[in-house]
Design a binder for this molecule. Structure first.
Ligand code: CP3
Length: 391
């Protein structure tokens, strides 16, 4: 089999940030080599008393940025596609403890990322709120009875994770046992506005016209729905933390479809509500917030009180850092499309991103999830280069 990873000389030229931030690359890429299907090896073992990702979020001195990738489990992996042949329904794959554990561990076994994210979906809790859904191959999420009226919203029940998704707690507990503290086990939830966009639109959407119709003609109805989601998701974060999640990411993927003034009305208060509620019970649980196309709203994401803001790739990392301030950790933000590039290009982009982020409070990741069709060997290369870095 062909080598999956290029070899970087220890003396290869250091990549300097192109921005005028003044930050300079101080890390040394080390010699790396790997092959697809083999374990991504790290030149020097990191200590395992606390996962590197948590150390970085806490602002401790770390030797390299922790690295994991959004959607690191999924269809770009042959092992996942093989499993799909036997278990063809997404709901089955994401609601059966053994399958959830197996799929979550597929990337862990090959790439050894610093975060192992639960295999699930932001829509998974919906059935527990009386909102049936499915995820259809080629079509994406489908909400069978989209919510459009006050009567529909009244039917939404509050979410009791212990009763509706016990397999999530069980899977998280097993994942913690499996990865020990070599990696951080990550949970996640959908943000109220993003969940609402699916249940009001009936699925994925291009123009978000139905939820905007609701927001801009019957705002009270949408607020009632958002409040229910905010309470339920706060509870879901607490449940995940109680069952082993060491950090939880909140996906507000479509919040940036809102103009800033509407974000302040329909998303920000509900994100803050989740953060505040979780802080009451789990003050030390790191919360990560992701939204795609986040450049126009970045400062407002900081206002939510989360520990980490996950930047999408349309924001320059050095500028994002400056705009968020030194207290907030940053995650990201390599364009997932870079993984379709040459190995040298991938290497250069990793160096550029890490140099711009600086050596403090940075989690290396993509700016959105891995795209279907991404060559696995390029993902292996990404991890190999990232794990070979030293500040
Ligand atoms: O990161 C991980 O590895 C964990 C897995 C994960 C999935 N969904 C599995 C999944 C995560 C973190 C999500 C979150 C999610 N789901 C988001 C937020 C992140 C983002 O991409 O912005 C959103 C918006 C959804 C809703 C959703 N679920 C969409 C738009 C799709 C894609 C539909 C398609 O067919 O491509 C899904 C399905 C889904 N969830 C897949 C995976 C791996 C693909 C379908 C499959 O594997 O069968």
């Amino acid at each position: 089999m062909a080598s999956a990873c290029s070899t970087l000389g220890v003396n290869s030229p250091r990549i300097m940030p192109r921005s005028s931030s003044g930050s300079q690359s101080r890390f040394k890429p080390l010699q790396v080599h790997c092959t697809v299907g083999e374990l991504v090896k790290e030149p020097q073992a990191t200590s395992t008393d606390e996962p590197l990702l948590l150390k970085a979020v806490h602002g401790e001195k770390v030797e390299r940025p922790p690295v994991w990738l959004m959607r690191q489990a999924g269809r770009y992996m042959q092992s996942y596609r093989t499993l799909c042949e036997k278990h063809s329904s997404f709901r089955e794959r994401s609601e059966n403890v053994d399958l959830v554990v197996e799929i979550s561990l597929q990337p862990w076994k090959v790439f050894k990322p610093d975060g192992v994210i639960l295999f699930s979906d932001i829509l998974t809790p919906l059935t527990g709120m009386n909102i049936p859904f499915d995820i259809i191959k080629g079509k994406g999420p489908i909400i069978h009875n989209p919510l459009r009226s006050a009567a529909d919203v009244n039917e939404v029940t509050s979410f009791v994770p212990e009763e509706s998704v016990p397999y999530v707690g069980e899977a998280l507990r097993i994942l913690r046992d499996e990865v020990k503290n070599e990696s951080a086990v990550l949970g996640f939830v959908g943000a109220p506005f993003t969940l609402a966009s699916y249940v009001v639109e009936g699925g994925s959407s291009k123009h978000f016209s139905k939820i905007k119709n609701l927001a801009f003609s019957q705002p009270k109805v949408l607020h009632a729905l958002l409040a229910k989601f905010a309470d339920s998701m706060a509870r879901y974060v607490q449940y995940q933390a109680d069952h082993g999640a060491q950090a939880v990411q909140i996906f507000d993927s479509w919040a940036t479809e809102l103009s800033p003034v509407d974000f302040e009305e329909f998303s920000l208060p509900y994100l803050k509500h989740i953060v505040d509620r979780v802080r009451e019970t789990h003050p030390n649980l790191p919360l990560i917030l992701y939204a795609s196309g986040s450049g126009g709203l970045l400062e407002r994401f900081g206002q939510t009180g989360v520990d980490v803001v996950s930047l999408d790739w349309t924001v320059d990392m050095a500028e994002g850092r400056r705009r968020l301030g030194a207290d907030v950790a940053v995650q990201g933000n390599v364009d997932p499309g870079v993984l379709f590039g040459s190995k040298d290009f991938i290497t250069a982009r990793i160096h550029d991103t890490v140099a711009k982020a600086g050596s403090h409070k940075h989690i290396l990741n993509l700016g959105h999830g891995i795209v279907l069709g991404t060559p696995e060997e390029n993902v292996a290369h990404f991890f190999e280069v990232a794990k070979g870095l030293r500040y």
